[in-house]
Design a protein around this ligand. Structure first.
Ligand code: HXC
Length: 261
């Protein structure tokens, strides 16, 4: 049950919205295996909960997450990390089929930045600090920092960030397209993320799911394959009640009442 979690909090801040708050404040939300197993466990529950349309993932004001837990990692040996496929369980989050909005305040470093990049939308507070400092530890990013960051920033910027290990600001992240926007100073990035998630949750769940699948395929497929998949997903939605409901409501100048089917 969610009340057994020690490293995350799960709440319901708005209709259709669940919130996962990373909660290891003394370690700046360093991502240890317990914390990640709890995220996965929470997401498994949320994936089958029909009342949930979108999820907000956040940390504290000081840290979204300061990275993988260095103290947990430092004495590991090759055989152990390889045989156990260390970090593989992090990919579960990127297979979650409902939208996840990351609300980032403070440090999002290393695995913290990678965790944010696994989400579908990133909103940042002006205090957000991003970076891939793994090079300073004698390693490299291991959960998307050389891949998703490069997709988002382009080669030259990604190389600079990954090779120097320097941090970058919320404004840079916004200019570079890593985050969708920076909320104005004095406004809560979590409140804003809950609003975005609530808006998504008010749509047809099945259309939202197809939309997420379509956008994600842009990172996996060629343009021709991606356009083909998109058109097929579009065609398939004509087999849903929500397509009939949505278009009929428009024609009759009514608000649609989705059945999510
Ligand atoms: C374990 C961490 C941690 C981390 C912070 N802490 N980050 N513990 N793993 N990644 C702990 C500190 O040891 C300290 O514990 C407490 O949190 C508070 O941190 P301070 O350093 O005292 O805070 P501050 O001086 O404000 O500095 C904040 C900081 C710094 C700049 C974010 O903590 C820092 O550089 N952290 C490491 C960032 C990093 O290198 N991340 C990448 C990790 S590697 P005590 O007990 O002393 O109070 C990684 C690999 C990913 O993510 C690979 C794929 C997943």
């Amino acid at each position: 049950s969610t009340s057994d979690f020690t490293s995350i909090l799960v709440s319901s801040p708005a209709p259709g919205v669940s919130q996962i708050t990373l909660n290891r404040p003394k370690a700046l939300n360093a991502l240890n295996s317990t914390l990640f197993h709890e995220i996965n466990s929470a997401l498994r529950t949320l994936s089958t909960d029909d009342s949930v349309g979108a999820v907000v993932l956040t940390g504290s004001d000081k840290a979204f997450a300061a990275g993988a837990d260095i103290k947990e990692m430092k004495d590991k040996q090759f055989a152990e990390v390889y045989a156990g496929d260390f970090l593989a369980h992090w990919t579960e989050l990127s297979n979650f089929r409902k939208p996840i909005i990351a609300a980032v305040s403070g440090y999002a470093l290393g695995g913290g930045c990678e965790l944010a990049m696994m989400c579908d939308v990133i909103l940042a507070s002006p205090t957000a600090v991003f970076g891939q400092p793994e090079i300073n530890l004698g390693v490299i990013p291991g959960a998307g920092g050389t891949q998703r960051l490069t997709h988002a920033l382009g080669k030259s910027r990604a190389m600079e960030i990954v090779l120097t290990g320097r941090n970058f600001s919320a404004d840079e992240a916004s200019q570079w397209g890593l985050v969708s926007r920076v909320v104005p100073e004095g406004e809560s990035v979590v409140d804003e993320a809950v609003k975005v998630a609530g808006k998504i949750a008010s749509k047809s769940r099945i259309a939202v799911q197809a939309a997420k699948e379509g956008v994600n395929s842009a990172y996996e497929l060629s343009l021709a394959q991606g356009l083909h998949l998109e058109r097929r997903l579009f065609h398939q939605l004509f087999a849903t009640n929500d397509q009939k409901i949505g278009m009929k409501a428009f024609a009759e100048k009514q608000k649609p009442k989705w059945t999510h089917s």
